[in-house]
Write a new protein. Structure first.
Length: 233
């Protein structure tokens, strides 16, 4: 039963529920990451450049062309990663093998964690470069400031997605752990010769009169619904 519940494998093969999909925390965070990453990509690509009176085009992040290119690339990677993970989430219910589900959860966790780390670097880099920028002519820094804000929001979005991806991994790993105790204990543990009791013969045990009724009740007991154990991160 525990193996069936691991990583939500007991729910595999069900129909896609769009409303339940949209309400999943990881999906909400990834939609935010997709939208904000797209805005960051567009803003850095076209809005953080200034053309001086001499005709020279400079980057508002302390004249660093590599910083502007880096910010634009990170925004693009955020869009691509969020879209790929959203597709993986949408197809997750069709995966029935527990090991395949585990690999999908690990990929989700690795990508989300990497993007969180990448946006942590991006936010502090953009903020540091722009705060040290000086220019002796008028310019508009609105796009540069918005890009820093978008980088911070993306950091929060990917951080939230990483948290729930970790929760889903922990939930699945806990459910797929094998039982600690063996179903067939060592026979030496139940022999009573060492303690002055006579060992029971193998055929001397008989079921109690109420064993049949208990067995029937056990057979008639319904298995619990695995969906009640799966949190749906």
């Amino acid at each position: 039963m525990e193996a069936m519940k691991a990583y939500g494998a007991g729910l595999a093969g069900g129909q896609f529920d769009a409303q339940a999909f949209i309400r999943k925390p990881t999906v909400i965070f990834r939609i935010f990451a997709f939208v904000i990453g797209l805005l960051l990509w567009l803003w850095v690509s076209g809005g953080v450049w200034h053309r001086r009176v001499t005709g020279q085009l400079v980057c508002l992040y302390n004249y660093s062309l590599s910083t502007c290119s880096f910010g634009s690339a990170v925004g693009f990677f955020s869009v691509a990663a969020a879209a790929a993970l959203l597709i993986l989430d949408a197809r997750f219910h069709t995966i029935s093998a527990i090991q395949t589900r585990r690999r999908a959860v690990l990929v989700d966790l690795a990508v989300s964690g990497f993007m969180t780390f990448l946006f942590l670097i991006t936010f502090f880099t953009l903020w540091s470069k722009y705060s040290s920028f000086e220019l002796n002519e008028e310019y508009s820094g609105k796009s540069a400031k918005l890009s820093i804000f978008f980088a911070f929001v993306s950091l929060l979005s990917w951080g939230g997605a990483s948290f729930f991806a970790w929760r889903r991994y922990q939930e699945g790993a806990g459910m797929s752990m094998p039982a600690t105790f063996s179903a067939n204990p060592d026979a030496s543990l139940i022999e009573g010769g060492e303690y002055g009791y006579e060992a029971l013969a193998g055929d001397s045990y008989q079921n109690a009169p109420f064993a049949v009724s208990n067995q029937g009740a056990t057979e008639n007991k319904e298995m619990p619904d695995p969906s009640s154990f799966y949190q749906g991160y």
